[in-house]
Ligand binder design. Structure first.
Ligand code: GLA
Ligand code: ZN
Length: 687
């Protein structure tokens, strides 16, 4: 049986969310209301069983599936489908009590008590056996149920365990990586520093605030191990699922570091994505916050979606979002009228084939009782949030044909998890201003504001599909990555690289003899020094007769054979190159030596996109804060025009489109209301 790569071949959007009927089993009236409300909101898919282990296995080896049988049957009869979770995200108390080895040990080497969730040891043999066992029973029982749509494996894998079993697993992982050669490890980690040489594998311990923290190679390998060990735990979980339900797609929900809305830092998702059939993620942007505009936040949401979509270069699933506020921010603000529909459709515009919520119904007690939900404590279907969800349900039903369509980009921005780990670890430069993911977002901003689609890709991807590849702050770059970048330019690509790039190899060891020779060849320059700025330090760079402000970082450059496009104006490196371009093979390589204000990106990328003929797929004229994003399949382009401002916005359609909700032709000038979205299509044959 062939497994589907994503799930909506049926051409409808998954709409629904985390459903916890196990909290309400003694309230048949509420379970009946749920079914009624599901119909009213046109929700069709529910993630069930995420935290149900103690309900499924109340005592060791004693199982209770009857309640879940009923939920499966009822949802199916109601026209819905189920995304069935494996319950490993939280375990029953009896299990922690009987098998303390499954409890996590933190970086201070403190064994954790039972409680919370997402806190198991990912190495424990017993926990691995227990999860496989319950997963097997779930697959056997529900594998053939027509309601089963997808597997939701565990929940938001994260965190580290530093127990003795994990230490041993780490040592084994290292032995394999370094071919049992301790000297190779000592060399790679530069352990002669501070007399940290290891003379036996058993001396190696995971990094700790009360122990080793100065060996960057160790810290990097530990983070890699944590990703690999989490994937290995996941792979162990899915053995029975693959065996018994080979036709059912598997996902696990990824997340973001929410305050800044940057990619989650705990796991390298570029590796994890290879193990799932479809990428799904949980998006909780803090809309209406008091530190950024709606449009600024929308830009960041665009960025992270374009990264998670590019992990598999196919549509993804929005697994969780809130219909209103959350409960874990400092201030948990309700989404204002219109924002729920706008923010959900933005996810779709960037490639989601679903809008799923945490949570279907607010729980009565415990930590999440005030987290936004479709159904509130009042159990009413006429409140504002419920009605907005229902309205979105109607919209989604009208635009189901969009599912499965992808995006097409000529611009790639390179994001690398390992790079961010190493860069943040680097003691040097400025501790507060590295901001690697945020810097990528600042480069992305130009394209978002101009409606030019971008793939945010990772280093193992094929670069040759992009006309323009932007690689900011790639501090850590292996020889392999450098080789790929060189090939890319040689074969005709246009590469933009910045300050703080190409400093260390994959072991976080600095390249000796100056900048790597591949980069010197490609860029025709040699960076000599990196100057780090205090916030009050001032410098600027000239570019096309204008001057642009330098912030945080500036590279002093020795020019070999590049053309100089911009020079510094001040300091001991005044009148030396800051921005250069160099032809190499059939391509061109631009180097941005300094971090420059947004106006520079506007000017620079404005020129570059014009030169390369990179344009938005459809032309809609608009002001700041309106975003136009396009998906396409073989026959159509699907166009989302979204107003991320609190004001009306005039827009002018210069491409004729058909409004998918009203059937009207969109051409010429019109006005978008606050938070309004238009969804339109154009047949590709009409181009
Ligand atoms: C995460 C979890 C959910 C829930 C939400 C609340 O995404 O997966 O179980 O706790 O956060 O926002
Ligand atoms: Zn452990």
């Amino acid at each position: 049986m062939v497994r589907k790569t994503y799930v909506t071949d049926a051409k409808y959007f998954l709409h629904g969310g985390d459903y916890n009927p196990d909290q309400w089993l003694d309230r048949k009236d509420i379970l009946a209301d749920d079914l009624k409300f599901m119909k009213m909101t046109r929700t069709n898919t529910f993630s069930v069983g995420i935290f149900s282990w103690s309900m499924l296995e109340p005592e060791e080896g004693v199982y209770n599936f009857e309640w879940l049988d009923e939920i499966f049957d009822n949802i199916y009869k109601n026209g819905g489908r189920i995304i069935l979770a494996t319950p490993s995200g939280a375990r029953p108390a009896w299990m922690s009590q009987k098998y303390p080895e499954i409890l996590r040990v933190n970086e201070y080497r403190m064994k954790q008590l039972h409680g919370g969730r997402h806190n198991h040891c990912f190495t424990s043999k017993i926990y691995r056996e227990k999860t496989q066992n319950i997963n097997r029973l779930l697959a056997e029982r529900y594998g053939k149920h027509p309601a089963l749509l997808m597997w939701h494996v565990s929940n938001e894998y994260s965190g580290e365990c530093h127990c003795e079993n994990c230490q041993n697993a780490f040592r084994e992982w290292l032995k394999k990586k370094y071919n049992n050669d301790l000297k190779a490890l000592n060399d790679a980690w530069w352990t002669a520093f501070w007399s940290h040489t290891y003379t036996d594998w058993s001396q190696i311990e995971s990094p700790s605030p009360i122990g080793e923290n100065s060996i960057h190679g160790l810290k990097l390998d530990w983070k890699r191990f944590v990703t690999d060990q989490t994937i290995s735990f996941f792979e162990n979980e899915i053995v029975p699922l693959r065996e018994i339900t080979p036709h059912i797609p598997i996902t696990t929900n990824f997340m973001a570091d929410t305050y800044d809305l940057i990619p989650f830092q705990g796991l390298d998702y570029s590796k994890f994505a290879k193990h799932v059939d479809v990428v799904s993620w949980d998006a909780y942007p803090a809309w209406h916050n008091d530190w950024e505009t709606t449009a600024d936040l929308a830009m960041k949401v665009g960025f992270i979606n374009d990264l998670y979509r590019s992990l598999k270069q196919q549509p993804f699933i929005l697994m969780e979002s809130t219909p209103s506020g959350v409960n874990w921010q400092n201030v948990n603000k309700a989404k204002r009228p219109g924002m729920h529909i706008l923010s959900s459709l933005q996810m779709i515009a960037h490639g989601s084939d679903s809008v799923m919520y945490f949570q279907w119904r607010k729980s009565r007690g415990s930590a999440e009782k005030f987290h936004g939900a479709v159904v509130d404590h009042d159990n009413r279907s006429d409140n504002r949030v419920f009605k907005e969800v229902a309205k979105l349900g109607e919209i989604l039903e009208k635009i189901g044909k969009i599912t499965g369509s992808n995006r097409q980009s000529e611009v790639g921005i390179l994001y690398d998890w390992e790079n961010n780990w190493a860069l943040n670890d680097a003691q040097g430069f400025a501790m507060e201003t590295k901001r690697y993911p945020q810097t990528l977002q600042e480069h992305y901003r130009f394209f978002w504001e101009r409606d030019i689609p971008v793939d945010v890709i990772t280093k193992e991807k094929d670069f040759s599909r992009y006309k323009l590849l932007i690689v900011p702050m790639l501090y850590l770059a292996s020889g392999e990555t450098l080789g790929k970048l060189k090939e890319y330019v040689k074969n005709g690509g246009t590469l933009v690289m910045t300050y703080l790039s190409g400093l260390v190899d994959e072991n976080d060891l600095v390249y000796l003899g100056g900048w790597p020779k591949e980069l010197q060849e490609v860029f025709g320059i040699t960076p000599l020094e990196i100057d780090t700025y205090y916030p009050k330090d001032k410098n600027s760079v000239t570019y096309e007769n204008k001057t642009f402000v330098v912030k945080d970082y500036a590279t002093v450059i020795e020019n070999r054979s590049a053309a100089v496009l911009g020079e510094y104006l001040e300091d001991f490196y005044a009148h030396t190159p800051a921005i250069t371009v160099h032809p190499f093979g059939k391509g061109k390589a631009y180097f941005l030596g300094a971090r420059l204000e947004a106006a520079f990106h506007q000017a620079f990328y404005g020129n570059l996109t014009e030169e390369l003929g990179i344009k938005p797929p459809v032309t809609v004229r608009h002001g700041k804060g309106v975003s136009v994003q396009v998906r396409r399949d073989e026959a159509h382009e699907y166009v989302f025009v979204m107003n991320f401002t609190e004001e009306k916005q005039p827009v002018a359609f210069e491409t004729e489109l058909k409004d998918l909700l009203t059937g009207e032709t969109l051409y010429g000038e019109t006005v978008l209301e606050k938070y309004e979205v238009k969804i339109a299509e154009r047949s590709l044959s009409s181009r």
